[in-house]
Write a protein that binds this ligand. Structure first.
Ligand SMILES: [Zn+2]
Ligand SMILES: [Zn+2]
Length: 161
């Protein structure tokens, strides 16, 4: 098995129960990602097919707070919400569950017009050159983990193999 452990990511064999979602034999998975203060947002408290998920604190447009767990697998839009209901097209604010720092805006969303892409850093240096992005608008196609553009091409290359 080839490991892709630069940028906090890992290629793992695709478990049989996710092969319905992704036909690829391998999955690209976020192994770790960090808030601007270096807290790891990947947690074993929530698992998606035995793979630890990404837990974030969120506040919705009605000022209610709760938690969201995102699948760490690229291309899988699975999420779990706790203490909060989310409706499509609403904009959320996203925070680190450890230190409550708000995740910074990385770029305007390329998919929906109103959303902003928030950065989840792939190392503790909080570099925008090495981050994942998540749209802050629920229901947007980018409201799942996506990569910053400069690493996107590497991922395409890896998945194509
Ligand atoms: Zn933090
Ligand atoms: Zn968007």
């Amino acid at each position: 098995m080839k490991r892709f452990d630069k940028n906090g990511m890992l290629i793992i064999p695709n478990p049989e129960n996710t092969q319905i979602v992704s036909k690829s034999k391998e999955l690209l998975v976020v192994k770790e990602c960090y808030c601007p203060n270096g807290h790891n947002l990947v947690s074993t408290r929530v698992k998606f097919n035995e793979i630890p998920g990404i837990i974030l604190k969120i506040i919705n447009s009605k000022n209610r707070s709760g938690f969201i767990a995102l699948s760490p697998v690229f291309g899988q839009k699975q999420r779990i919400c706790l203490d909060i209901d989310l409706v499509d097209d609403e904009t959320i604010r996203v925070f680190c569950p450890h230190c409550n720092i708000e995740l910074p805006v990385f770029a305007n969303c390329t998919s929906c017009e109103s959303g902003k892409l928030l950065a989840l850093f792939l190392d503790k240096h909080a570099s925008y050159k090495n981050c994942l992005a998540l749209c802050n608008t629920i229901g947007c196609k980018n409201a799942q983990i996506i990569t910053s553009e400069n690493i996107l091409k590497d991922i395409k290359y890896l998945i194509a193999k």
